[in-house]
Design a protein around this ligand. Structure first.
Ligand code: BMA
Length: 331
């Protein structure tokens, strides 16, 4: 395997557990999963599909906490080790210059991306149906909400960690106002984080015959990771089974300067719902990744994923191995 260059700051203290002895899995689960229980807050029904990043000398995150009214809310949290989290009991409140945009309806499935000097949050924002909300923060205390990136209906807005072709760049997944039985990943650019255009198609669901776990719809997961092989994208894929949707995740490698061009895409999944906490919960059979941490020096990656729309799990791997797997098993 030739040496792969991975971008990002080194993170020697990131969460980690070695591959279990005898395991041949490319990505393996943390033995202490789930890392965030559903009732971490007195008012939480479930905590899942959440975003974590490095912040100061530790970590911060934006968490999807559905409350016991079953309202979808975002909460800020902090951690020293990225495993044990203190999540604010009060939901996150965005400051917004525009009253109409700033009116809170619901929010879920956040992603957080550090670009240049600040952290951007994107989430599925209720505005006459789901669309992509955008905000930024420097300190995880004050959040400034910007214009919604797209028209409804859209989900899974995931930013790239640097400008591409001089513009901010985002993946998204146009959808419908229900549980969307279709879905392709698209790419868009913006010069100012307000006006989005230059929309390009990235990928469609795979043919059932080739890779059934991703044959109904797909959506970007964590922030893509820049490597000398291209952007490593972890994404979820959905199979419509006779028992409902099944959410797994796999990997793709996108061209560095034209990320709508897919270089490789894994046929087999990396993780599919198999453990009890992934198969049982409010929505059974869901593994839904929204964030990762990585250490370029060792190639380690920790992937945070929602389990059964109820709790949050962690999985580990080595980026060079995931890239090799993606290339070798590409569709
Ligand atoms: C999707 C989103 C996710 C959820 C998944 C499975 O449409 O709503 O938040 O994890 O369905 O219910």
């Amino acid at each position: 395997m030739s040496k792969i260059n991975i971008l990002g700051d080194n993170l020697p203290n990131m969460p980690w557990e070695d591959r279990p002895v005898g395991s041949k899995e490319v990505v393996w689960r943390y033995s202490a999963n789930p890392v965030i229980p559903r009732n971490l807050l007195p008012t939480s029904n479930s905590i899942f599909n959440s975003a974590v990043v490095t912040f100061k000398d530790g970590y911060a995150g934006v968490f999807r906490c559905d409350d016991t009214n079953r309202r979808m809310r975002l909460h800020v949290g902090f951690s020293k080790d990225a495993i044990n989290w203190q999540i604010n009991e009060e939901p996150l409140k965005f400051e917004c210059d525009d009253k109409e945009i700033g009116e809170w309806v619901y929010g879920y499935d956040p992603r957080v991306c550090f670009i240049e000097d600040r952290y951007y949050v994107t989430w599925c924002n209720g505005y006459h149906g789901p669309t992509i909300g955008v905000a930024y923060t420097y300190d995880f205390v004050t959040f400034h909400q910007l214009e919604n990136a797209f028209l409804p209906f859209n989900r899974n807005g995931v930013m790239f960690p640097r400008k591409i072709n001089g513009n901010f760049a985002m993946l998204s997944r146009p959808s419908d106002n229900g549980h969307t039985p279709f879905g392709d990943i698209f790419y868009s650019e913006s010069p100012d984080m307000e006006f989005w255009g230059k929309h390009r198609h990235v990928m469609s669901p795979a043919p059932f015959e080739d890779s059934a776990w991703q044959c109904t719809k797909i959506g970007a997961g964590p922030i893509p990771i820049e490597t000398s092989e291209g952007w490593l994208l972890i994404y979820h894929g959905v199979l419509a089974s006779c028992n409902g949707f099944v959410y797994s995740f796999g990997s793709a490698i996108l061209d560095l300067e034209e990320p709508w061009k897919v270089k490789y895409r894994s046929g087999p999944y990396l993780i599919s719902p198999q453990k009890e906490y992934e198969c049982m919960g409010d929505v059974p059979n869901v593994c839904f990744p929204c964030a990762s941490l990585h250490d370029p020096a060792t190639g380690r990656i920790a992937i945070y994923y929602g389990c059964a729309d109820t709790v949050t799990g962690l999985a580990f791997g080595y980026i060079p191995e995931i890239i090799e797997f993606t290339k070798q098993k590409s569709l």
